[in-house]
Design a protein around this ligand. Sequence first.
Ligand code: FAD
Length: 340
Amino acid sequence: MKQTPMASSPSSSRETILPSIIIGAGMSGLTAASKWHQAGMSSVILEKSRGVGGRMSRRRSEHGNFDHGAQFFEVTDSSFQQQVDRWQQQELIRNWSRGFPDLSGQVRGPGLPCYCGRDGMNSVLKDLSTGLDVRTGQRVERIFRQQDLWAVETEDATVYQTRALLVTAPVPQALSMLEKGDVSINPRQTSALARIDYEPCLTLMVALAQKVNFSEHGGLWLSGEPLSWIADNASKGLAADVASMLTIHAGPLFSRQHWETDASEVTRIMLKAASEWIQQEPLAAHYHRWRYHQPVELFPDRMLVINQDPWLCLAGDGFGQSGVEGAYLSGMAAAEALPD
Ligand SMILES: Cc1cc2nc3c(=O)[nH]c(=O)nc-3n(C[C@H](O)[C@H](O)[C@H](O)COP(=O)(O)OP(=O)(O)OC[C@H]3O[C@@H](n4cnc5c(N)ncnc54)[C@H](O)[C@@H]3O)c2cc1C
């Protein structure tokens, strides 16, 4: 087994133990990392994907860019509003719309500003990650205890050690890493965590030569099944060399039923269901399966400290509040929970 960046015995290499490790470079993980960075504590962030963003990723294509996960975010919390104001001053985000209509033409919800990234939903996360030690392509397989440290083993059998470990992967993935390393959690917490499941979301990204005008807002809530949402990324100002770049989300029922269905068949069904708005032959269609869209049930608190010393904490949008705002607040709460 490869031991990086320290020797195998923690007692013989105390000076090389990492101050903190964060698993996941999405909103919650990068928020916590940035908060610790500002306080003078360094972190290594291990991320399985090729880039930062998690479920706020942006997808590049030959015709332009798509936000294929989170579409926008709203603000209800005053501390998140302060952060959002800073992002707006930095021109990382913009106010896309005040709500979006449904099929009856009524704008759903309270009409709060719906913010999106200037250059994709990951704009703020790319900015947050500046100066941080983010290691992409590092899939964590298991977490285990090595004496008074936490050890994190990646797919390529590299082992990192730390006294402070924050896990921000969706809860079922976090639990799997802990189970593989025989980390015990108190049974009451285990049953609360086991209840946190997430809806899947099948997603289609479609490039079109002719502009579609399904809503002056640029996004439209659909009936829910088989499709729940359609939006034109061009209306957000994302780079494109064609007229319309649509993101289409399927509903949870359809997504569960067709999770294993062949991609070309799902593409065909979703295009047919959206034909009323598309009305032309697409230039290109890309398909993505999101296993973790949003939690069906939440953990009641914004984060959960599993162990104080060495410190182990779980956070993310499964804790306290779902969505982008919930992930931000959870990352903040986790960062603040680490004792000095
Ligand atoms: C299709 C879709 C639409 C959405 N729409 C909206 C919306 O419009 N508004 C809104 O507010 N929210 C929306 N959301 C939800 C929002 O994207 C999430 O709540 C938020 O991004 C979660 O952030 P997070 O940091 O908690 O988790 P994530 O973004 O999932 O970050 C966790 C990170 O951990 C990494 N990871 C997982 N396992 C491992 C491992 N073993 N090793 C290393 N790294 C690992 C993942 O790759 C990921 O980058 C949407 C989500 C989806 C999927």
